[in-house]
Design a protein around this ligand. Structure first.
Ligand code: SF4
Length: 314
C-alpha cells in the first residue's frame, strides 16, 4: 500500500479540525474526499503532505512505509514536489507572475534532481506537452497570465508532475472552471494517472466530480468521516443522511434554467463549539432523540461500506 492513514487528527489549539480519519490508498487508485467547506477535507489533505502550519497532528500517516507524522521538515520537504505533489483550485496563487511557466517547472525539476538548466528546460517542454498545452516549445517562455484558466490549471498539473510523483493531491482543481474545461481537466488527470500509475486524492465539495474519478470515497462532515465506501457502493446505496443531502444537491438533467439550486438546509457546524451528539443533527431530517446526545461511531453497514449514523443501529 502506498499510503496508510490511521486515526489522523489535526487541531489548532482547542479547535479540532479533523478527527479519526483512516484510509489506505494504493498506486493507480483515486480516493475522493468530499464535504462542504469546513468539513475538514482540505485540512486532511494538507496534513498528509505536512503542510499543516501551526497545527498539532496526531495519528499515523505512512507513505511507502515511512511515517510522516512527526517526521523532520527536511524529510517532508524532500518528499513534497518529488514523490508527493499537490495542485490547488487557483493556479494563479501557486504560480509566480514574474517567472515564465517553463522557468517554474524547470526550477522544481532542478531542485529535486539536480539537473542542468538545459535538461530541466527540456523536461518542462516535455511535461507541458504531456498535459496538452499546444505548441509547448513556444509556450514554455510565456508567463502565467498569458494562459486561460483551464490552460493555467494544466500548467499547474505539469509542474506537479514534472518530478514524477507517486501521489497527487488535487484540492478543488476544477472548481473555478466552466463545465467543459472541468471535464477536460478531470479526463487529463485520469489519463495521466493511468499512464503513470499515480495514486490520486481528489478533494472537492462536488459529488459529481467524485462520480467521474474516484474508486473510493470519504464523505466528511464537521471534521469527521461520516461515510466511507467504494464509489460504486456509495452511489448505488448511500447510507448517511448527509451524503443523501449532497446527492440531492447535484444538478439534474431535467433542471431548467429557472430551477432553484438545491442545498442542504442550515449550515455546517462550528468546529470551535460543535453541537453535542451527531454534529449533523441540527440539519438532519431523520434525527432522533439519541442523535442529540450521542456521537455515532463509524461502523460497517455492508461489506467495506462504513457510515456513522444511529439509523444503522435503530
Ligand atoms: Fe441524522 Fe441521527 Fe444519523 Fe446524525 S445520527 S445523521 S442526526 S439520523
Amino acid at each position: 500500500m502506498l499510503l496508510d492513514v490511521d486515526g489522523l487528527g489535526v487541531s489548532f489549539g482547542g479547535l479540532h479540525a479533523v478527527q479519526e480519519v483512516s484510509f489506505s490508498l494504493d498506486r493507480g487508485r483515486t480516493l475522493g474526499i468530499v464535504g462542504e467547506s469546513g468539513s475538514g477535507k482540505s485540512v486532511t489533505s494538507l496534513a498528509l503532505l505536512g503542510l499543516h502550519l501551526g497545527a498539532s497532528v496526531t495519528g499515523s500517516v505512512r507513505f511507502d512505509g515511512q511515517e510522516l507524522v512527526g517526521a523532520p521538515e527536511e524529510t517532508l520537504r524532500r518528499l513534497r514536489g518529488h514523490r508527493m505533489a499537490m495542485i490547488f483550485q487557483d493556479p494563479l496563487s501557486s504560480l509566480h507572475p514574474y517567472y515564465t511557466v517553463g522557468e517554474q517547472i524547470a526550477e522544481a525539476y532542478r531542485l529535486h534532481f539536480g539537473a542542468s538548466r538545459r535538461v530541466a528546460k527540456r523536461r518542462a517542454v516535455e511535461t507541458l506537452g504531456e498535459v496538452g498545452i499546444p505548441a509547448p516549445r513556444e509556450r514554455v517562455g510565456d508567463h502565467p497570465h498569458q494562459f486561460s484558466g483551464g490552460m493555467r490549471q494544466r500548467v499547474m498539473i505539469a509542474m506537479a508532475l514534472a518530478c514524477e510523483p507517486d501521489l497527487l493531491v488535487a484540492d478543488e482543481p476544477t472548481t473555478a472552471l466552466d463545465v467543459t474545461v472541468q471535464a477536460q481537466i478531470l479526463e487529463l488527470i485520469k489519463r495521466i494517472q493511468q499512464e503513470r500509475g499515480l495514486a490520486v486524492i481528489m478533494v472537492t465539495h462536488d459529488l459529481g466530480v467524485i462520480a467521474r474519478v474516484a474508486d473510493q470515497v470519504l464523505v466528511m462532515y464537521g471534521g469527521r468521516v461520516v461515510e466511507q465506501a467504494t464509489a460504486d457502493s456509495l452511489f448505488d446505496a448511500p447510507r448517511h443522511p448527509y451524503t443523501h443531502g449532497l446527492l440531492d444537491s447535484l444538478p439534474r438533467l431535467d433542471d431548467s434554467d429557472d430551477t432553484p439550486m438545491r442545498t442542504i438546509a442550515g449550515s455546517p457546524p462550528s468546529l470551535l463549539d460543535p453541537p453535542p451528539g451527531c454534529s449533523f443533527h441540527p440539519r438532519c431530517p431523520h434525527r432522533m432523540a439519541v442523535c442529540e446526545t450521542s456521537l455515532p461511531t463509524l461502523a460497517e453497514w455492508s461489506p467495506a461500506h462504513l457510515a456513522a449514523c444511529h439509523l444503522g443501529s435503530s
